[in-house]
Ligand binder design. Structure first.
Ligand code: ADE
Length: 334
């Protein structure tokens, strides 16, 4: 029997002693309850391993984080952000679910959904680009997951094809919430500076301060990936829900074109292209998709399409939104 308490699930063990008396023991899952397998991915502070629950034989992906390294590099806050956001987003098919967390002397462990298909980026690279049908399907699932995330007050801030995983049904599972922002205060009640610009909160400051600084010189080295960073983060150092929709526009462009819209030799040049809205559609880019991307890659975040607008855009015509979208068979990638 299992029940879950804020992502940290426990199992109840029943014991019957020699006199026939029953006792129950609540046991938290730990390292010893899993068989660890192949490496699925490696980040600067963590490794993701495939693992199997010894009792249920359920397969998971376990993110193993090195405590000493995290403390030394002052990343404790971001590890907590990741755990808290995942706990807040526990109930959507398009978002990697956190089942258990535990630790030992050396490491922290996050037990997550296993996405056996790996990164969406891998498929884009392998195929060169997607056709309109596949872009519509994967775009719709990504958008549905963003809508859920935003409804729970979470901005991802680092959406890109590497953070879009695919499960055994080739359905989307968004991952990597270590750089997410949790909205707790309604934005309109936030204090303003004397210049009328909203005051930055700590999450925005930390996030923005790390942009444009070479990795080895960063005090706090997390940053949205250059190619998908929104212009408002570069100019005002602030992210909003619209920042995820900028990244969504970049992803739609990339699926159809085979490359992200803003790409240059280095990060600085990429940022220049972004703030100048300097990008071009390749020949043959579908007109209806071009219209959608042009309404998403808009410098002023308040002038971008909203999620509702995107859902009713002609590019997504015929898509069944909501629960139906997750019951559909994925189109074969070709
Ligand atoms: N790589 C990183 N996270 C993963 C996950 N949850 N499933 C599969 N591969 C991954």
């Amino acid at each position: 029997e299992e029940w879950k308490d804020r992502g940290a699930a426990v199992s109840i063990q029943r014991h019957v002693d020699s006199n026939g008396n029953q006792t129950h023991r609540i046991v938290k899952k730990g390292v010893q309850d899993f068989n660890f397998g192949r490496t699925l991915g490696e980040g600067s502070y963590s490794t993701v391993l495939a693992a199997t629950d010894r009792q249920t034989l359920t397969e998971y992906a376990i993110k193993v984080l090195d405590k000493r390294h995290i403390i030394k590099e002052k990343k404790v806050k971001y590890v907590n952000i990741e755990k808290n956001t995942l706990n807040r987003l526990g109930d959507h098919p398009g978002i990697v679910r956190l089942y258990y967390t535990f630790q030992d002397e050396r490491s922290l462990y996050f037990v997550l959904d296993l996405a056996t298909g790996g990164e969406l980026l891998g498929f884009v690279k392998k195929l060169g680009s997607f056709d309109e049908e596949c872009t519509r399907f994967y775009g719709a699932q990504i958008l549905d997951a963003i809508e859920y995330m935003h409804s729970k007050g979470v901005i991802h801030r680092d959406l890109k094809p590497e953070n879009v995983l695919l499960d055994d049904q080739m359905h989307v599972k968004i991952t990597d919430f270590g750089t997410a922002k949790i909205l707790d205060i309604p934005p309109q009640t936030r204090a303003s500076n004397s210049d009328g610009k909203p005051q930055l909160d700590r999450q925005d400051q930390d996030f923005a301060n790390n942009i444009g600084i070479p990795d080895h010189e960063r005090a706090n080295s997390f940053v949205g990936t250059a190619e998908y960073v929104s212009p408002e983060l570069l100019t005002d150092k602030s992210a909003c829900k619209g920042s995820d929709l900028w990244a969504f526009g970049c992803i739609i462009f990339q699926l159809l074109a085979g490359r992200p819209p803003f790409k240059a030799g280095n990060e600085y040049q990429t940022f220049q292209k972004i703030v100048n809205l300097e990008y071009q559609f390749p020949p043959g880019f579908p007109a209806v998709a071009r219209d959608l991307v042009e309404r998403l890659l808009v410098l002023d975040p308040t002038k971008r399409l909203t999620i509702e607008n995107i859902k009713s855009h002609p590019f997504f015509e015929g898509v069944l939104w909501g629960k139906q979208l997750w019951k559909q068979k994925a189109p074969r990638l070709k």
